[in-house]
Design a protein around this ligand. Sequence first.
Ligand SMILES: [Zn+2]
Length: 341
Amino acid sequence: MPDLRPFIAGLPKAELHVHHVGSASPRIVAELAARHPDSKVPTDPEALADYFTFTDFAHFIEVYLSVVDLVRTPEDVRLLTYEVARDMARQNIRYAELTITPYSSTRRGIDEKAFMEAIEDARRAAESELGVILRWCFDIPGEAGLEAAEETARLAVDLHPEGLVSFGLGGPEIGVPRPQFKPYFDRARAAGLHSVPHAGETTGPQTVWDAINDLGAERIGHGTSATQDPELLRYLAEHRIALEVCPTSNIATRAVADLDQHPVKEMVQAGVLVTINSDDPPMFGSDLNNEYAVAARLLDLDERGLAGLAKNAVEASFLDAAGKARLVAEIDTYTETWLAG
Ligand SMILES: [Zn+2]
């Protein structure tokens, strides 16, 4: 099998499922930690590499929360956002819908208007200086309950920053039923936002049905368990409800036992629109290029197959029609030029 990594590295890509704080690479964490010397996070790259080596999922949560704690001021928010875009540019990610949890920042005392200005300033700079188009998904941290849902809906609807395109729901699924969030999704959707909840990552296919029926899901975060329900797979395929598949994340969180048991092939064979994403890339020791390499192996893809995956993400994105056409043309030109050698 040829080494597809050089092709993947240059392939123009779109990413639809990637978290803001979860994208903080050791380089970014070191910069943030240097701004806040009282934090316990190490600042030198070698110690940080050890710090980012997770022993188990509880350790992952601990590290994740310590990074959340480093984002204390609007300038931290701006730095994190812009530097995440820089890491994307290095992988030739041309468009990303970044999932942001504004509640975890406003609850910690960051002024809400300053928060919105910080992400918007970073978004404009990322587009003009790095060529990365960013859009936002504001998500409810499910574990924080209905108060967080209310606050996230208020921030999304009342402040509605220009880059905001969608409304999501993350955090644990077990013990956090999707239907209770219906009123908040109704409000966000009435304000023109798309619905993209996480569902079926750690619970069964019924959660995906709930996300569709109660929350109006237009894409599903993960949807790993959808393959347990043939009728659901048919529904997803027929209605072009895309799945945001994050293979390495699914192994790291034990949603799937190992890569060879990952259901992505069944999803594709059922005709579902599958997109490949990285979720919390540095925290899972991955990045989008690596996820594409994993997908190529699991799905037996060549260069054109990988270009097809990249185009799936463009199709399932909330980019406007002209932006989609431009990005698809870029992917096609790159692929044909590469194959012409
Ligand atoms: Zn996620």
